[in-house]
Write a protein that binds this ligand. Structure first.
Ligand SMILES: Nc1ncnc2c1ncn2[C@@H]1O[C@H](COP(=O)(O)OP(=O)(O)O)[C@@H](O)[C@H]1O
Ligand SMILES: [Mg+2]
Length: 247
């Protein structure tokens, strides 16, 4: 199986980080080695995903600041997720912001993404929503094999897409690689209306209360038990299988 790089992109708070981690969990269950790149420099994720883990300078920013990124550099930057030996994370640390690192060169980012293909079976990029200020996410959206675009059933998300889709309308972003998922769908939200507004969605990820608890307890890699999560679990399973083209 060729390594697949999948970018999870969407409006602010659409569930990008949650979805990235739940996909990683599903891939781990299928015995895949996974690297999750937490690319959101506006809300650095390392401390909330793995509190207590000593980052020791291993950040996406310091990796992308190297003149040449080799396979060994990627492996050294990837922080193993505690108790999940098949999952590693590369992201930004507490306190990082857009001034912490110099601007990343497009070819360096492309080289890094190429090295990632050798470093894991599956790569998930948990994108930023702010394309204009985040060179990494913008290039990842161009170079990823597929983009899982999270759309939410509310007017704020719709307004985000009205503003941001024109930014990725050029051919190099090839939006035919985009697969849509209606994310964090809450009771009372009009699924069918928003599905048609967004031009369809391949998956529906319902709101599950336990996810919120897991998010704040840094337990997103735990299972989601109970009847309430049944639909969510089935959709994540299906999305992981189809988007990563697994048997
Ligand atoms: N399916 C879901 N069910 C319940 N809560 C969700 C779901 N998806 C996301 N959330 C919650 O929404 C908030 C934003 O999620 P997050 O993954 O951080 O979004 P993003 O990365 O897009 O900013 C978090 O509090 C998270 O727990
Ligand atoms: Mg996030």
């Amino acid at each position: 199986m060729a390594t697949k790089i999948v970018a999870v992109w969407g409006s602010p708070s659409s569930g990008k980080t949650v979805t990235a981690m739940k996909l990683a969990r599903e891939l781990e269950a299928r015995k895949k080695n996974v690297i999750v790149i937490c690319a959101d420099l506006f809300c650095p994720a390392l401390s909330s995903l793995m509190p207590g883990v000593d980052v020791k300078g291993r950040t996406l920013g310091s990796l992308l600041s190297r003149p040449h990124i080799k396979y060994a550099d990627v492996m050294q930057a990837a922080i193993p997720y505690p108790k999940h030996e098949r999952i590693a994370v590369i992201g930004y640390k507490n306190g990082d912001n857009i001034f912490t690192y110099s601007e990343f060169l497009a070819e360096r980012v492309a080289g890094f993404l190429q090295e990632l293909r050798a470093a894991a079976d599956c790569v998930i990029i948990d994108c930023s929503s702010v394309l204009t200020e985040d060179g990494f996410t913008t290039i990842a959206l161009q170079k990823a094999d597929k983009v899982l675009r999270l759309v939410s059933a509310d007017l704020k998300a719709l307004s985000y897409y009205r503003s941001h889709l024109p930014l990725i309308s050029r051919a190099k972003f090839s939006s035919s690689r985009h697969i849509k998922a209606l994310s964090d769908l809450k009771a009372g939200q009009e699924e069918s209306t928003f599905r048609s507004v967004y031009g369809g969605a391949s998956y529906t990820l319902p709101h599950v209360k336990e996810i919120e608890r897991q998010f704040y307890a840094a337990e997103l890699l735990d299972s989601l038990p109970g009847k309430e999560a049944r639909k969510y679990n089935a959709e994540i399973k299906k999305a992981a299988r189809e988007v990563f083209e697994l048997e």
